[in-house]
Design a protein around this ligand. Structure first.
Ligand SMILES: NC(=O)c1ccc[n+]([C@@H]2O[C@H](COP(=O)([O-])OP(=O)(O)OC[C@H]3O[C@@H](n4cnc5c(N)ncnc54)[C@H](O)[C@@H]3O)[C@@H](O)[C@H]2O)c1
Length: 387
């Protein structure tokens, strides 16, 4: 397959275009906004220049990559593409209209993919006359740097198309995991307690943001604490993902968003990008200092970790992905220090069940219900990576 089409020249579309062009494809990038096309083209040039200056790429390669990436204000040339990846606004109606329009332009065997993070791939595919050629190919931001890609076949997608897409994306040097077409796929579903449980601990007054962040980094080995990470992602973006997942799961209390984050978002305290979030990023600002109490830190870390493990176990139980893909998704997609299912084995499945049951007994909330899989495994003394 030589020509790849990208729709949308925003952060994701531009990044995916760079990945595909670097892999040797001719890449056609379309955007309805001419300014976005100009920006994406200028950014690509700047990135390639930086890579050559740093000696990470030779001049000829950089020129060739730039030369085979075309920024277009029309879809006509997309008739020659073998795969189109759509990365436009996250709006089902707009995406469906785009897929419908695309089908009238591309060849009969062109694969159509969406980079959606939260919409149903089945719903997007349903806009097409040949829904069997439609699937989700979910890159992470920034696409050139993040190794993980979730490939998401819809119920209509043919097995062959999913296989072809997986092989192609792997040939681009990416690590591909297969995920079921359910809200949040793997990463955005399994990661929810990292934020949600941290917020709950904060709201209950058990610890402040700095102490929770310290527990997760110093004791847990996570690269960033939940509050630093939410400030980095943006509280508006992170809140919207949580709310979307919550609604898509028919209001399962496990995914309930937090008022604390909602208020921050409403106040415009979005995090690093606005200079204020959970932390104050202005010069000379005084921020809370972590209370480095190992006993308290252990309580915080264990509670958040076991909720993450519960989520990962449930994703496996409900066939969202297989064991290895769930662990890979979290280590490569969000840089967790260890796969959650491997972590569960190390803690002991029975211990995980006890910890979850203790939370459930204390709170009497469905949010803390233990995954049936963990309970069954504890009973039969199974582990994820052992017998
Ligand atoms: N930003 C992320 O971290 C991230 C990660 C994974 C997936 N995604 C998904 O990728 C998609 C794009 O996200 P983004 O962050 O790059 O958005 P963005 O806002 O940076 O870019 C979207 C681009 O699409 C263009 N566009 C909008 N409607 C269009 C249309 N009808 N036709 C052609 N172009 C159109 C806009 O002009 C804009 O340039 C979304 O579905 C999003 O959910 C985003």
């Amino acid at each position: 397959m030589n020509k790849i089409g990208i729709i949308g020249a925003g952060s994701m579309g531009a990044g995916i275009a760079q990945v595909a062009a670097t892999a040797g494809h001719e890449v056609l990038v379309f955007d309805s906004n001419p300014a976005a096309l100009e920006r994406a083209q200028a950014n690509l040039l700047a990135i390639l220049n930086r890579l050559t200056e740093k000696g990470k790429m030779d001049d000829r390669t950089a020129k060739a990559i730039f030369g085979r990436t075309y920024f277009l204000d029309s879809l006509a040339a997309f008739s020659e593409t073998g795969l189109v990846i759509e990365a436009i606004i996250e709006d089902l109606t707009v995406k469906k209209a785009m897929f419908k329009q695309l089908e009238g332009i591309v060849s009969a065997d062109c694969i159509l993919a969406t980079n959606t993070s939260s919409l149903s791939v089945a719903a997007i595919a349903a806009a097409c006359e040949k829904p069997e050629r439609v699937l989700g190919i979910h890159f992470f931001n920034p696409a050139p740097l993040m190794q993980l890609v979730e490939v998401v076949p819809a119920i209509q997608t043919s097995t062959d198309i999913a296989k072809q897409a997986k092989l192609l994306i792997e040939s681009w040097g990416k690590l591909v995991v297969m995920a079921k077409d359910t809200p949040g796929f793997i990463v955005n579903r399994v990661a929810r307690p990292f934020y949600g449980e941290a917020l709950r601990i904060l709201e209950e007054g058990i610890a402040d943001v700095a102490t929770i962040d310290w527990a997760m980094t110093a004791l847990g080995g996570f690269r960033m604490g939940p509050f630093t990470l939410m400030d980095f992602i943006g509280n508006d973006v992170n809140y919207t993902v949580t709310e979307t997942v919550f609604q898509s799961f028919f209001f399962d209390p496990r995914y309930r968003p937090s008022f604390t984050q909602k208020r921050l978002s409403e106040a415009g305290w979005l995090g690093k990008k606005t200079g204020r979030g959970y932390y104050d990023y202005s010069e000379g600002a005084e921020n809370p200092v972590a209370k480095q109490d190992p006993e308290l830190g252990e309580v915080i870390f264990a509670r958040i970790l076991v909720m993450l493990i519960n989520e990962a176990a449930d994703a496996l139980y409900l066939n969202i992905a297989n064991r290895d893909d769930i662990d890979l998704a979290m280590t490569k997609g969000v840089n967790y220090p260890k796969g959650l299912l491997q972590w569960a084995d190390e803690i002991g499945i029975e211990n995980c069940v006890h910890m979850l049951d203790a939370l459930h007994d204390e709170y009497l909330e469905d949010r803390y219900r233990c995954s049936v899989l963990l309970r069954k495994m504890a009973r039969s003394k199974h582990s994820f990576y052992g017998k």
